[in-house]
Design a protein around this ligand. Structure first.
Ligand SMILES: Cc1cc2nc3c(=O)[nH]c(=O)nc-3n(C[C@H](O)[C@H](O)[C@H](O)COP(=O)(O)OP(=O)(O)OC[C@H]3O[C@@H](n4cnc5c(N)ncnc54)[C@H](O)[C@@H]3O)c2cc1C
Length: 129
């Protein structure tokens, strides 16, 4: 997302067969210095704010009887989001057809000048190959 936003045409080769091939799992906490910073650089911070789970960073420790022994109401600096909702934002921000689903990178070799050459295994049905 970040390189595309800066005018560099990039292609993503993704092993998974499609955007819906796998459930993305539960929630993710997004830290200011890493995940949130990346979203800011990708111009997606406002979209991210809309999917933040209110009080998602609140924590409670309960004993065996269910009595709350420790509680932290969170401070909003590392809010929780649903992984699927976050991935939707990221995928929607990309240009059409820049992801080659079901493409396995099998080998990467570093060249001079920061360039790389790579080998791919693509599905027979790959519309790009
Ligand atoms: C249980 C758990 C909880 C976590 N909770 C948090 C959290 O709350 N907050 C947080 O910030 N981090 C959390 N993390 C860490 C976070 O998930 C990882 O740091 C992050 O996903 C790493 O991103 P990545 O893009 O490097 O790798 P990945 O997310 O693993 O992405 C790699 C991608 O490459 C694809 N791929 C793999 N091999 C190939 C190949 N040969 N060819 C083509 N494509 C390929 C895979 O299909 C995958 O889509 C958690 C991790 C785990 C396991």
């Amino acid at each position: 997302m970040v390189v595309n936003r800066h005018g560099i045409d990039a292609t993503i080769y993704e092993l998974e067969a499609s955007a819906t091939a796998r459930h993305q799992g539960s929630v993710l906490d997004m830290h200011e210095e890493s995940g949130q910073l990346a979203l800011r650089k990708a111009g997606l911070f406002e979209a991210f704010r809309k999917i933040v789970i209110p009080s998602g960073d609140e924590m409670r420790l309960l004993d065996k009887s269910g009595t709350v022994r420790w509680q932290d109401s969170g401070n909003g600096t590392r809010p929780e989001v649903d992984r699927g909702a976050l991935r939707d934002i990221l995928l929607q921000s990309l240009p059409a057809n820049c992801i080659h689903w079901g493409s396995k990178v099998t080998r990467v070799v570093k060249l001079e000048g920061g360039r790389h050459v790579y080998w791919l295994e693509c599905p027979v049905t790959c519309p790009h190959c």
